[in-house]
Design a protein around this ligand. Structure first.
Ligand code: PDD
Length: 286
């Protein structure tokens, strides 16, 4: 079955999904995006993702392409038309198409693209083996809280990770880990404290991050939102990354330092299970 994409008002075969060469997303990275997981054919944390989309749009003064109920219809229609069970929905809004000039165009209409991608869940062994992380300098701008499509530092960082045989790169500013190139960063200290950096302009406030914090609270786990250094990460008992596509993924190596015994730790595996149960139940919307 061929993939279907939504592009500016039309559902089209994915291979024919095109935007104009003067789309400002293409020329200036003048746009924002969201990635939401789909599990069992249902969108996970749909409203929190749309809340963050609204915020990103507001911060960049891009008009909403349509009202939320209509946007939900499009997202669900993309899930339905692609017969998507497990994967993700990608949604992108740019300031629109206009003759190339830096200031905001007067009459551009925001451009909306929604696509779907199938993904398979990693097996238990891959989860237990965990992933390797490298650390790199954070060379990004000062508004990492906005989910913009301007991702060049993230792309370069991820490529460096892959070339180093790692899955992800943790970006470091002033000796402190900010976040991964497409994930939030977490550690569990030797004292059993769950730690992730506080939300600020220095990181993207992950929807998965927020849900994990909510679940940790419900489970009565000891957690703290604060920054941590590379050294603290190296000495951590456990570590993991989170995102809409990686959920809770154990980290078993940071640079040349093996974390714990080199296998996913019990705290992380428990959180992954709690998060997966959440996705199967209350996190999912039709
Ligand atoms: N990335 N930090 C960055 C820089 C990200 O790009 C992402 C998400 C996250 C985690 O956010 P969330 O939990 O809402 O997915 C943190 C998406 C998945 C991507 O770019 O593909």
């Amino acid at each position: 079955m061929s993939r279907i994409a939504y592009v500016n008002g039309r559902y089209v075969p994915h291979n024919d999904a095109m935007v104009h060469v003067e789309d400002r997303g293409y020329q200036f990275a003048d746009g924002v995006y969201e990635v939401a997981a789909v599990i069992g054919g249902k969108l996970i944390d749909e409203d929190p993702h749309l809340d963050r989309l609204d915020r990103s749009l507001r911060e960049l003064r891009i008009a909403a392409p349509m009202a939320r109920p209509a946007l939900k219809v499009v997202m669900r229609e993309i899930v339905r038309r692609n017969r998507l069970k497990t994967g993700l929905v990608y949604l992108q809004v740019t300031r629109g198409v206009a003759r190339r000039d830096h200031p905001f165009p007067k009459n551009a209409t925001p451009a909306l693209v929604v696509t779907a991608k199938r993904l398979s869940m990693p097996g238990q062994k891959a989860v237990e083996d965990g992933v390797k992380i490298i650390t790199i300098p954070d060379i990004r701008w000062e508004r990492c809280d906005i989910k913009t499509v301007a991702l060049l530092p993230n792309v370069l960082g991820k490529q460096k990770a892959r070339e180093s045989g790692a899955f992800e790169a943790w970006q470091v500013r002033d000796g402190q880990v900010t976040e991964g190139t497409s994930t939030n960063a977490w550690i569990i200290t030797r004292d059993g404290e769950l730690v992730t950096r506080e939300a600020s302009n220095a990181i993207l406030n992950g929807i998965t991050r927020l849900t994990i914090l909510k679940l940790a609270k419900q489970e009565g786990l000891h957690f703290s939102e604060r920054s941590f250094s590379v050294e603290e990460a190296r000495l951590a008992r456990e570590a993991f990354i989170s995102s809409a596509t990686s959920f809770v993924t154990p980290v078993t190596q940071v640079d040349d330092q093996v974390i714990g015994n080199g296998k996913a730790g019990s705290f992380t595996l428990k959180l992954r299970e709690v998060y997966q149960n959440y996705m199967m139940s209350e996190g999912a919307t039709a």
